[in-house]
Design a protein around this ligand. Structure first.
Ligand code: TYD
Length: 207
């Protein structure tokens, strides 16, 4: 897929503060006069937002990892077709709260090894990677407490528990090494303003 804009994603465990950081980066870039599209996954297009409710609400065992993978990928395909690709083609900066790296970990590694299937499906129907990915790193116990403190109905993954979040953190750090050309790990254990300044500095250093 051709692209002229810049595609930035944010990743991290639940409660890492990445959604706040995605918003703050979008605002900082707009203040610099850039044309920015702030979006999120699962979601970011009408159809994908409908799928969001299916995958984030209900019991943790509502779907098998395989079914979940298909739902997340269907949502992503719609999001890419309708929101991300048109914005990149128009030369905009897309700031996305979670993208395919979340699927590589949540569906790919946490309930058996489905990583090969995730990557094959990604190559087949998505085929797009961010230019730059910020992984907001956070102590899993602090992140989990924050995420559960929000009291939303979108808690399927938070309900897998803190052990799950500990594993995820390790796997996010490993993923940062695997995709070191595009991933930057940001220490998220500070005020939102300080973390945001770390993100901006890393973006500017990236060029
Ligand atoms: P999100 O809305 O980013 O929640 P939070 O702000 O609490 O991190 O993501 C919702 C959940 O969806 C999160 O627990 C991770 C999960 N998820 C997957 O399992 N696979 C995916 O491909 C994506 C995009 C998210």
């Amino acid at each position: 897929m051709p692209k002229d804009g810049l595609f930035i994603s944010f990743e991290g465990i639940d409660g890492s503060g990445k959604s706040t950081q995605a918003r703050m980066l979008a605002e900082a870039l707009e203040a610099r006069g850039k044309d920015v599209v702030l979006t999120r996954e699962p979601g970011g297009s009408e159809g994908a937002e409908e799928i969001r409710a299916l995958v984030l609400q209900g019991n943790p065992d509502r779907w098998s990892a395989e079914t979940e993978l298909l739902l997340f990928t269907a949502a992503r395909r719609d999001h890419v077709e309708r929101t991300i690709t048109p914005a990149l083609k128009a030369g905009k900066i897309v700031v996305c709260d979670r993208f395919a790296d979340s699927t590589r970990l949540y569906q790919g590694m946490t309930r058996g090894d489905l990583r090969g299937t995730v990557d094959a499906l990604h190559d087949l129907v998505i085929g797009l990677e961010p230019d730059l990915t910020f992984i907001i790193d956070m102590d899993p116990d602090k992140g989990h407490a924050r995420a559960k403190g929000r009291q939303t109905i979108e808690e399927r993954f938070e309900d897998f528990g803190t052990d799950f979040q500990h594993r995820l953190r390790g796997e996010f750090l490993q993923l940062a090494e695997e995709f070191s050309h595009r991933c930057v790990v940001i220490d998220g254990d500070a005020s939102p303003e300080i973390v945001a300044s770390r993100v901006l500095a890393a973006l500017d250093a990236h060029g």
